[in-house]
Ligand binder design. Structure first.
Ligand code: KG4
Ligand code: ZN
Length: 329
């Protein structure tokens, strides 16, 4: 069965073709239009999606030699995301739905991220924990089935990736800054006496919430008023300390979730899951098995949306695309 996936929720425009759960094509355009702004500009994102989406779809058909008549199902991200950006993907998908007269389903972007783990581990047993860490989301779920996601905690302010991007901007890295901070942290010599130490606010009240905006402010106060040359000298130590604080918070809550729920499986997904130090720390400290997709499937892509749509089809759970304001599943 051939599924076409469409993703346009933020700053990646992507179209993919899947044969059941095998990726045939996964065309991704990461918008460079936002570089000068240091963050995603919604109106610019919508226009860039509009300019690229049909060419990306065309390239998938050309590359795979599959003709549109062979496609059986359309899966499109319909929430959460930037309204104008989502509308581009949804309108494109609904146009194909009308023209081709085949089934369509909306897919929640976070459901897509969680499903990205199935490409390499198709039968992770339920229930499992899911730590979704990206530029727009930081949420911890208990996944009892693909129809039952229980939110155990989420960020009360910035997402983890957003914190990487904002701290990156303070330290002069281009957007998105996660990868650059990781590389700079790896240059840290390891002498912790030279390393500032940052902590992350703990959110109690029963839930395993996260908070990263105070961490960003702490980095800002640390560098404010300092000689730029001195800041540049300390940059590897700063990046290391910041990255460690984010990782401690993420891994700490994942461990608590495992204990509280008696679950020893976790999937780590979303753009921040590309971070090697995070992967290694979770593997080392999580009391059980950790599943992570390949890096190329951690950041936004349409293959994960197609797979989530295909699994909806198998469960007889197709639904008309509909935008929702909720940031969680
Ligand atoms: O999942 P994604 O592509 O988009 C959203 O759904 O938000 O995630 C993008 C985020 C960006 O904030 C980027 O800085 C972060 O993932 N990221 C990383 C790394 N690679 C990407 N953060 C930390 N370390 C990395 N290696
Ligand atoms: Zn995402």
């Amino acid at each position: 069965m051939i599924t076409i996936g469409i993703e346009s929720s933020c700053d990646e425009t992507s179209v993919a073709l899947l044969n059941n759960e095998t990726i045939l094509a996964n065309a991704i355009y990461s918008q460079t239009e936002h570089r000068d702004f240091g963050g995603v500009v919604p109106e610019v994102a919508s226009r860039a999606h509009l300019e690229k989406i049909d060419r990306l779809a065309q390239s998938c058909f050309t590359r795979t030699k599959i003709t549109p008549g062979k496609v059986d199902l359309i899966a499109v991200t319909d929430s959460p995301g930037l309204a104008g950006a989502l509308l581009v993907g949804i309108s494109f998908a609904l146009g194909l739905h009308t023209a081709w007269n085949i089934p369509i389903t909306g897919v929640n972007h976070l459901e897509g991220h969680i499903c990205s783990v199935f490409f390499e581990n198709s039968s992770v047993a339920f229930p499992f924990l899911a730590l979704v860490v990206s530029g727009g989301h930081t949420s911890l779920y208990r996944v009892d089935s693909l129809d039952t996601f229980i939110c155990l905690g989420e960020t009360v302010d910035d997402a983890a990736g957003e914190a990487f991007d904002k701290v990156g901007k303070l330290l002069g890295f281009p957007y998105p800054a996660g990868r650059f901070i990781e590389e700079e942290a790896a240059r840290f010599s390891g002498d912790t006496r030279q390393c500032p130490s940052f902590s992350v606010a703990r959110c109690s009240q029963g839930k395993l919430h996260f908070s990263f905006s105070g961490l960003k402010t702490a980095v800002k106060y640390f560098i404010d008023g300092k000689d730029p040359l001195e800041v540049a000298r300390q940059r590897p130590a700063l990046c290391n300390a910041f990255q460690q604080a984010v990782i401690d918070s993420l891994v700490g809550n994942a461990r608590h979730a495992a204990q509280q729920n008696g679950i020893d499986r976790i999937v780590l997904v979303g753009g921040v899951a590309c971070n090697n130090r995070l992967r290694e720390t979770l593997h080392r400290q999580f009391p059980g098995t950790v599943f992570t997709p390949h890096n190329s499937l951690c950041t936004d892509n349409a293959a994960m949306i197609a797979l989530a749509g295909f699994r909806r089809y198998q469960r007889n759970k197709l639904r008309r695309p509909a935008m929702s304001a909720s940031r969680v599943l």
